[in-house]
Design a protein around this ligand. Structure first.
Ligand SMILES: [Zn+2]
Length: 140
C-alpha cells in the first residue's frame, strides 16, 4: 500500500519549493501528507469522501503556482490507483493493515455488529439496507 504514497512523492519531489536555508522540511511534509492520506484510505476509506482533494489541499502550498495543475493530476492518478486496488482486493475479513474488519452497523441491543462485512460498503449481508440509507444521507 505504501508504494502509492512513495510514488506520489517521487513524482512530485523535483517540483517542491526549495527552502531558503537549504532545509528538507518541505520534502518531509509532502511525504508525510502522502503517507497519512494513503494510510487513511487503507484503513478508513468508507468515511474518506474526497481523498484527492484532501491530499492536494494539504500539499499544494509546497509547490509553485506553475506546478499546481500537475500536482493535482499526479495526486488524482495515484489516489485512483489506490482506490481501485482497495476495491478489487479479496474480501478476506481484514483491512490492508491486518486489522479484522467488522460490520459498521450497531445491533438493536446497541452493541457493534461483529459479522464480516462486504468489501464494497462495509456492512454485513444483513445490514445492507443501512448502506442505502447512508447514500441518501450523503447525497442530501
Ligand atoms: Zn452487520
Amino acid at each position: 500500500m505504501y508504494h502509492f504514497s512513495r510514488s506520489i512523492y517521487r513524482e512530485l519531489a523535483p517540483e517542491i519549493i526549495e527552502e531558503r536555508d537549504g532545509g528538507t522540511e518541505n520534502h518531509e511534509r509532502v511525504l508525510r501528507s502522502c503517507e497519512i492520506c494513503v494510510e487513511r484510505l487503507a484503513t478508513d476509506w468508507h468515511y474518506f469522501a474526497k481523498p484527492t482533494k484532501t491530499l492536494f489541499n494539504d500539499i499544494r502550498i509546497y509547490f509553485p503556482m506553475s506546478s499546481q495543475r500537475r500536482v493535482y493530476c499526479v495526486v488524482d492518478r495515484y489516489i485512483t490507483f489506490a482506490q481501485e486496488y482497495i476495491a478489487t482486493r479479496p474480501a478476506d475479513g481484514f483491512d490492508l493493515e491486518g486489522n479484522r474488519l467488522e460490520c459498521r452497523a450497531t445491533t438493536r441491543r446497541g452493541t457493534p455488529c461483529r459479522r464480516v462485512p462486504l468489501a464494497h460498503n462495509g456492512y454485513c449481508p444483513s445490514h445492507q439496507h443501512l448502506a442505502d440509507t447512508e447514500r441518501v444521507v450523503l447525497a442530501a
